[in-house]
Design a protein around this ligand. Structure first.
Ligand code: NYM
Ligand code: MG
Length: 219
């Protein structure tokens, strides 16, 4: 296990409730890496550009109704159709930064009452993130920060249920993959303050690359 050979890109996932500032931070991180001449790619989930992604987009905008299980499987299928490209980029030394991943899939569907084990299963063996940063915001701060949009799930009651499920997801990640794979980051403070907090956690992993093979989620 020499560290001199085969360094790959880092697979970094951001998770959190709606309106926690996650997309802003992901954009700033990718911009910073571009500025530094570092090869990085942003991958949003859901990826609304694919055929499956368009069905998901219609569901989120309440232009389409769907069985809870069926939409859950579509979110997972949307990750599977992107999995090979993520794996390829990591192997080519590109840092992949995901705005949401399987953990949102579980938390949002389980919050609707689907069995936790059912929610976990379809993402089994997807590329395992090297680290997931879970951005947290006290509900009082979040509700003052910005009004929810018009998409499905964007209510205080649902977000509260989703937060509870994210707690169970965090336990599952730590149990199966180790404590270091899930890190909570406070999203309180200015955009710049949060950006520096995040950079402090990721700088080493991104600039050094990652040693070893890409893991498989839940395996
Ligand atoms: N969402 C996202 C799910 O319900 N399941 C999933 O697997 C994923 C990836 O979609 N409220 C939910 C979380 C969000 C919504 O995400 C759209 P965004 O980041 O607002 O585009
Ligand atoms: Mg949203």
């Amino acid at each position: 296990t020499s560290s001199s050979s085969s360094r790959r890109g880092a697979f970094i996932v951001f998770e959190g409730l709606d309106r926690c500032g996650k997309s802003t931070q992901v954009d700033r991180l990718v911009q910073r890496l571009d500025r530094d001449g570092h090869k990085a790619r942003l991958q949003k989930f859901p990826d609304r550009t694919t055929a499956i992604g368009k069905m998901i987009d219609a569901y989120l905008q309440s232009k389409a109704e769907m069985d809870d299980h069926a939409i859950h499987l579509l979110f997972a299928a949307n990750r599977w159709e992107c999995a090979a490209a993520i794996r390829r980029d990591l192997e080519n030394g590109i840092t992949v930064i995901a705005d949401r991943y399987a953990f949102s899939g579980i938390a949002f569907s389980a919050a609707k009452g689907l069995p936790f084990e059912f929610c976990l299963q379809p993402d089994t063996a997807l590329p395992l993130p090297d680290i997931t940063l879970y951005l947290t915001l006290p509900p009082a701060v979040a509700s003052q920060r910005s009004a929810f949009g018009v998409e499905r799930y964007e209510t205080v009651a649902i977000q509260t249920a989703v937060r509870e499920q994210f707690g169970l997801v965090a336990n599952e990640v730590k149990k199966r993959h180790g404590d270091g794979k899930w890190v909570e980051v406070s999203a309180e403070g200015s955009i710049e303050e949060v950006e520096e907090r995040i950079w402090g956690l990721l700088e080493g992993m991104i600039s050094g690359g990652v040693d070893g093979r890409i893991g498989e989620l839940w395996v």
